[in-house]
Design a protein around this ligand. Structure first.
Ligand SMILES: Nc1ncnc2c1ncn2[C@@H]1O[C@H](COP(=O)(O)OP(=O)(O)O)[C@@H](O)[C@H]1O
Ligand SMILES: [Mg+2]
Length: 246
């Protein structure tokens, strides 16, 4: 089916005798915003690392447009759970970095870098180095850098977990605006149920290790979503009931 972007087929990942991902299969459609929720240690990061070939799968495979994932060919941005700015580059240079490696024209690089910096409110900090920034500002650099490359697939591993609430809400809304504008496919990992219900078109719920898919929920609440609305609260409670990892 050509509306599928990512196809996960019988993915199994073991570390020695520890079985983490146990025969996982699911599809992500083009343009989908998928949230993946699962308890700590169930293998969410392992899944993204397997997708991007940082880890090799024990068995099974992950395909993009029916081909094995190829980071040269497939424009994938990965926002790691740990911050990963380049300390020897300024904010602006960090954001430009991925664009320069793609050899885009300078005018495009400048425009995209400016837009990305404006989006996360870092214009005044463009000449700062990572060591001069707070943790939440570093995370904004990382997010701006990922958005700037206009990826076909954006992987986000609990990106807003460390941020204060106001900033988290703002970045969530900006992420949705960007997703709507670009129709980028997003796989967003979180263990925050409210965040998953706020963001996701679909929510994939994982079990404890050995990890399988408990269920996938379709979420068609209208946007912008209101976390206090009865429908939102109802769905959040349903997801919470389904999770029961404890
Ligand atoms: N490189 C590794 N070597 C050995 N065990 C690992 C490695 N990476 C992850 N694990 C183990 O795999 C499990 C899943 O880890 P992880 O994917 O980080 O979970 P999550 O992101 O869902 O919190 C954990 O038990 C973790 O200890
Ligand atoms: Mg993780």
């Amino acid at each position: 089916m050509d509306d599928v972007l990512v196809k996960v087929k019988h993915l199994t990942k073991k570390f020695g005798s520890l079985l983490v991902l146990d025969d996982i299969s699911f599809d992500v459609k083009k343009g989908e915003f998928l949230c993946v929720v699962g308890p700590t240690g169930c293998g969410k990061t392992t899944f993204l690392n397997s997708l991007t070939h940082l880890y090799e799968a024990t068995s099974g495979e992950i395909l993009i447009n029916d081909e094995p994932v190829d980071l040269q060919k497939h424009n994938i941005a990965y926002i790691f759970q740990e911050y990963s700015t380049m300390p020897w580059l300024t904010v602006e240079q960090n954001i430009r970095f991925g664009l320069e490696t793609k050899k885009l024209p300078e005018a495009d690089i400048r425009e995209r870098a400016e837009n990305a910096m404006a989006m996360v409110g870092l214009e005044a900090y463009r000449n700062y180095y990572p060591a001069q920034l707070s943790a939440s500002m570093l995370q904004r650099v990382v997010i701006a850098r990922a958005f700037a490359v206009e990826p076909m697939l954006l992987l986000m591993d609990e990106p807003y977990g460390q941020l204060d609430l106001d900033l988290r809400f703002r970045l969530e809304d900006e992420l949705i605006a960007l997703w709507k504008k670009t129709k980028t496919t997003v796989i967003f990992i979180t263990h925050n149920i409210e965040e998953a219900v706020y963001l996701g078109e679909n929510i994939l719920i994982l079990t404890n290790k050995p990890t399988t898919i408990k269920t996938k929920i379709h979420n068609d609440l209208p946007r912008p979503r209101d976390i206090a609305s009865p429908d939102f609260v109802k769905l959040r409670n349903e997801v919470t009931e389904l999770i029961k990892w404890w």
